[in-house]
Write a protein that binds this ligand. Structure first.
Ligand code: PXP
Length: 236
């Protein structure tokens, strides 16, 4: 199981005072030194945390893998084609949301997404699609030649009722198994923390996890290196 760390909220903290610290590039370096398998950033249309210059600098300095999370708007696609990250994760993006809500409707926008994936493949960038744990969406992702899916774990993460959590966990496990069986790599993420990650990490069909907020929040108390190592111990 690989662990990729979303460092958007290092930029949130930096932007709170408008200066240069804490520096996302330095955070990426610490995550990599602590054993992370990749770094994730979401370049949002409103640039509320990560900025264009962060992505460019990270491209030059990251030695593991740079996963650029993004909505499929023409502006951001242009930037991604210029920067050439190691992986693109396409997500639905709404201006008003606090964080990504819900998976992509791949079925409903197959032609558009197929075209976007083709563009990235033409410069050898693999593409992951962020989807809810639903076979129809996963199957559509395969049909339009996505390389990977990221299964949305948000509903599971937010559920506080044990029966419901177990049901949602089973859905994630089934979806991961289905994705694998049709030839996709499988990632999972959103809302995972040091407690709810444990049963998700036990799902053998999941290759990778993308976790951000809980690690950056823990880092405020124990330091980023320790926070990354604790999460790595759990996901491994
Ligand atoms: N995966 C995707 C597609 C996301 O949009 C996010 C949030 O940016 C994450 C994973 C990480 O979620 P969290 O910060 O809750 O760990």
């Amino acid at each position: 199981m690989r662990l990729c760390i979303n460092i958007d909220h290092i930029a949130t903290l930096r932007n709170a005072r408008g200066g240069n610290t804490p520096d996302p590039t330095e955070a990426a370096r610490i995550c990599e030194r602590s054993g992370a398998h990749g770094i994730v950033v979401h370049l949002r249309e409103d640039r509320r945390h990560i900025k264009d210059h962060d992505v460019r600098k990270l491209r030059e300095t990251i030695s593991t893998k740079l996963d650029l999370e993004m909505g499929a708007s023409d502006e951001i696609i242009g930037i991604a084609l210029e920067i050439v990250p190691d992986l693109i994760t396409l997500v639905p993006e709404k201006r008003q949301e606090l964080t990504t809500e819900g998976g992509l409707d791949v079925l409903g926008q197959k032609d558009r997404l197929r075209h976007v994936i083709e563009k990235f493949h033409s410069v050898n960038i693999p593409v992951s699609l962020f989807v809810d744990p639903m076979n129809a969406q996963i199957n559509a992702s395969r049909e339009i030649e996505a390389d990977m899916i990221e299964i949305h774990t948000g509903e599971y993460s937010e559920s506080s009722e044990i029966g419901n959590s177990n049901r949602l966990l089973q859905e994630i496990a089934r979806a991961a198994q289905f994705g694998k069986s049709i030839g996709l790599e499988v990632n999972a993420g959103h809302g995972l923390n040091y407690v709810n990650v444990i049963p998700v990490a036990a799902i053998s069909s999941i290759d990778e996890m993308s976790i951000g907020h809980s690690i950056i929040a823990r880092a405020a108390f124990v330091g980023l290196e320790q926070a990354v190592k604790e999460m790595l111990d759990l996901v491994k």
